[in-house]
Design a binder for this molecule. Sequence first.
Ligand code: PMP
Length: 427
Amino acid sequence: MTRDLFARHRAVLPDWLALYYEDPLEITHGEGRHVWDAEGNKYLDFFGGILTTMTAHALPEVTKAVAEQAGRIVHSSTLYLNRPMVELAERVAQLSGIPDARVFFTTSGTEANDTALLLATAHRRSNTVLAMRNSYHGRSFSTVGITGNRGWSPTSLSPLQTLYVHGGVRTRGPYADLDDRDFIDACVADLKDLLGHTRAPAALIAEPVQGVGGFTSPPDGLYAAFREVLHERGILWIADEVQTGWGRTGEHFWGWQAHARSGPPDIVTFAKGIGNGMSVGGVIARAEIMNCLDANSISTFGGTQVTMAAGLANLTYLLEHDLQGNARRVGGLLIERLRAAAAQVPHVREVRGRGLMIGVELARPGTDEAAPEAAATVLEEARAGGLLVGKGGGHGTSVLRVAPPMSLTVAEAEEGAAILERALRSI
Ligand code: PMP
């Protein structure tokens, strides 16, 4: 059945939809932190948490809210007063840490970043943008243009002029050997140098922890140091929190808070799991920035009553159950287990992470060279053992990405770590 579906997939969908696994997986249902495939195999899901389903699969609170709202009304998000949208916007604005915050809802992270670029370029009257090397920001014409990870930037044409900045990757590149303070100073010096050679950019966009790029983060404080340089010149700071928001990094509710010394970003974008499976994305900005567009705008599907109901139910659940605290505690334990497991495996270059966002970077033993075939082997072996993990990284897709739903239990963390350990040993 699944093989037949694969053939039909290949015949009708674009080749650049990169399916995982030699024998692709058809997931048919899920519950909690588990999913099942069409053959009835059960898997512990260590990846879906950062894709669609932040909290848990088939979470009854969200399912009920969605079904009830779908049974009542789904209509234009923005042409009529939309109570669930106003309520979710109020809560998101209050949680954002941005003064005088306004919120605009979209259907995806791509569209959220696109809107952030629209605002920043209009506000600053400049279409030059700074982005980080190895970054990922989406799939639209504008966001592929600011995606520094070349493997995910399928066209060299862009409506924006983009300049790439060092700093998002700590353990590779020219400053890898410096200590944290010197690393930050070197990246700030680079940024200043870049700004000396260019017309004034609108903004710098950055993921506090790079997601698709392989769960790499700079030393705490890098973006605070950047922020000072940017703000002296009137340049905006956009934090792409599509993967890092809502407590996933454990210590902080937003990824940017690891850099909070000098205050919040000017614009924050979010998406992925906040609707726990329903498409909720959005942009948060100070009113002065949000309101800078010259003409009216609308969104048909961004913020529909049904997706907002999902967002409200999911946000309520994750706050009431302190899933940020859970990400910190269970994530801390998981990273310890994975570090211990990796110590026996010569292919592991680094185990890193924050909260429930953990990367296991593989390399050819004794070198810094990527080992994508080893990563592919581990992915297959983990699947055979009943565990789904992701992959990523800007250096040959050599990083295993671990990002379970944020309600992961200690027992599940132990079970998943044991399966991943066996898979790593099979390289
Ligand atoms: N920003 C980041 C940091 C992401 O990881 C992604 C998705 N991988 C996006 C933006 C784009 O989001 P979407 O796929 O919902 O368009």
